[in-house]
Design a protein around this ligand. Structure first.
Ligand SMILES: [Zn+2]
Length: 169
């Protein structure tokens, strides 16, 4: 899901959270977690592409390209389960409940919207598959992404050979 959509939905969910709990800290936690979970994509990008500052390529990569590995450590239902247990143990401390709600909404929307493997957002599934991106995507999405990469490779080869021909003549 796109960043601006996460911001819009996190704002709405946080407003409801504030109305119900009356907790400012919990609401801030809910809002921030609902958006900033996506920071873990930065690690994945750096791991796959090395240190490179190209925002357009960053978003393009996650939308269309095939990565070798996907970690997205924060995108894990297991963390939400731990959060729920901690919230229960701390007598439903609003900050922990806020983290839980913001995180669950984010994961739920990514799960529905992004069309990856149904198990993609389970850390244990990603560990089992050694974080190989092809299992994160699922078979259909992986084939589509490979097609895109082949087309892209073909286009760049064609451009290169066209340039070579122009340079020689
Ligand atoms: Zn996300």
């Amino acid at each position: 899901m796109k960043l601006e959509q996460h911001i819009a939905i996190s704002t709405a969910v946080s407003a409801v959270f504030l109305m119900i709990t009356k907790s400012l800290e919990g609401t801030i936690a809910c809002f921030l977690v609902g958006i900033f979970i996506d920071l873990d994509h930065i690690f994945d990008y750096l791991f796959n592409h090395g240190v490179k500052i190209d925002l357009k390529h960053f978003f393009h990569t996650f939308k269309l390209e095939v990565l070798d590995n996907i970690f997205v450590f924060l995108h894990s239902w297991e963390i939400m389960i731990v959060c729920l247990v901690v919230a229960w143990l701390t007598d439903w401390k609003p900050v922990i409940v806020g983290i839980f709600v913001g995180g669950c909404i984010h994961l739920f929307l990514d799960h529905l919207w992004n069309g990856h493997s149904p198990l993609a957002y389970w850390l244990s599934y990603r560990i089992k598959n050694r974080f190989a991106a092809k299992y994160f995507y699922g078979p259909k999405e992986y084939r589509q992404r490979l097609k895109f990469m082949k087309r892209k490779l073909c286009e760049s080869d064609c451009n290169k050979s066209q340039n070579d021909t122009t340079n020689r003549s």
